[in-house]
Design a protein. Sequence first.
Length: 256
Amino acid sequence: MSLWTAGDTLTAARTDRGALPGLLTTLIPPIGATPIPVDGTDVNTVAQTYYTVGAGKIAIIQRITLWNSDTVSNQAAISIVESGGTPGVQHQMFDDDLLPDESLILEGPWFLEASDFIRGISAAAAGSEVAIRIDGIELTAQPDGLTLKMDDGDTLTTAFATYYTAPATNLTAAIVLAITVCNTDTVSRRVDVAIIPSGGTVDNRKQIFGEAIDPGATIIIAGPFVLESSDFLQAKAAAVSVVAFRLSVAEIASPL
């Protein structure tokens, strides 16, 4: 599989097309990107919005870091919510206890569009006990030759359902960079994820993940997973409406 055809002229735009998928998983901003560090604040019992994507912008959130400085465990819940939305189960990125002096790093990337926001709350932590930092970049438009898919989050059902299908045309590859799964239930729940070739059906050979996730825990299945035209991704959970599921996908267009 190639990003270019034989004898193709490697213009700057096409060179960027080849380099950008790797840059999406790093803190190295491509040309024209603006770094957006949220330089540390706290998660407490008052719900707060820590970051909102600027008007006309696209954001790539690469990392969310939490640290509990307290001498006791503290719960924290972090959500990524679409513009105009209200935080719900489908938006949950993390909903668990942090042990005393525990640092937790959630590694993306996650793609947000204008006015999407990151919000958090704690059931018990007082001010300055649970710290949060967010690192990412903002772009003024989709990168040349790429489409970053904006996923607003879903909740899994107990039967395999399709949560992403690669375009049938004008596609070199769809790159699944990360799959974020958060169990918001009070008991462990099994989650299964499969990537299926075009026209195929799910079976054990197609699965890329299958295990029980502890209550409140977040699992990030790190890619990249490469899908071709009309390949699709399915998932299910052991209970309905309690497991949040979010995909980070970059589609690479066919060369002109």
